[in-house]
Each structure stands twice: as structure tokens, then as C-alpha cells.
Ligand binder design. Sequence first.
Ligand code: ATP
Ligand code: MG
Length: 140
Amino acid sequence: MATQRTFSIIKPDATERNLTGAINAVIEKAGLRIIGQRRIKMTREQAERFYGVHKERPFFGELVDFMTSGPVVVQVLEGENAVKAHRDVMGATNPEEAADGTIRKLYAKSIGENSVHGSDSEENADLEIRQFFSEAEIVG
Ligand code: ATP
Ligand code: MG
């Protein structure tokens, strides 16, 4: 197993309910280290670029509206097989399908307002980290 980095977002539905610390506790309990973290309000440009892969999907406009509706916390996580470890602890996209103990099972409101994002591959993790962080902001 290799040490990896992945990119995480605590989404507006979670920051609005003051769940940043609760979600960080689940992330850390899963063995991941938060080695970069910043609270921001995403611009439409940032959200459209970030979710560009979904731009033809019917929910794209709603997704961009949601991601720019309030503060988000962008994070770099590090750990053994971090991409998969983080996806596992996030749970399924739809909270009704998420396993017990996962962040989405515990906290997500709906398939759209699902509290967290996590990169789905090492390649995307690298691109996403570089969209939001400079190397100097990541301290492992
Ligand atoms: P994320 O990329 O945010 O980590 P994911 O990889 O589990 O989530 P994707 O299929 O990449 O899921 O969808 C990206 C995001 O788009 C979802 O997290 C959710 O917020 C939103 N989304 C996905 N499917 C729907 C849907 N059917 N209706 C509304 N929003 C959706
Ligand atoms: Mg995704």
C-alpha cells in the first residue's frame, strides 16, 4: 500500500449545520490526515470548472447553485490508499444507499446535498488539489 493524497470538500449543507468538526473527526478516525484546509466561498467559475465533467447532466445547474450557496471547506487528505479510504468513509452518493457509519449516512440530507466530495481517482485528486491549493499550503 502506498501513501496517497486526495482532495475533499465539506459542502454548504454541512458547513451551514456547523458539522465541519464532526466530519473532520470521522475523516481522522478513518486514518486520514488533514494536511491542507481552507474555508472559502466558491465562485460560479470555480464550481463550473470543478464539476465540468458533469456539465451535460440535468442536475448541473442545481449542483453549481448549491456549491456556491454558502461556505465550503476544501481539504487535502493524506494516508494509505487515501483516495479509496476517503471514498469508503464518505459512503454512497445517495445517502439512502450509504453504509452505516459513513459521513453521508450520518449527515447527508439528499443525493444533491450530500455533505462531502472526494476525488474518484489519483489523477483527479492531483488535478483537484492543484485547482485549490499551492504546494506551500500543504504541510504533510
Ligand atoms: P462527489 O463528486 O461530489 O464526490 P460522487 O462522486 O459520489 O460525489 P458524482 O456522480 O460525481 O457523485 O456526482 C457529483 C455530485 O453531483 C454529487 O455528489 C451530488 O452532489 C450531485 N448529484 C449527483 N447525482 C445527482 C442527482 N441525481 N441529483 C442531484 N444532484 C446529484
Ligand atoms: Mg464524483
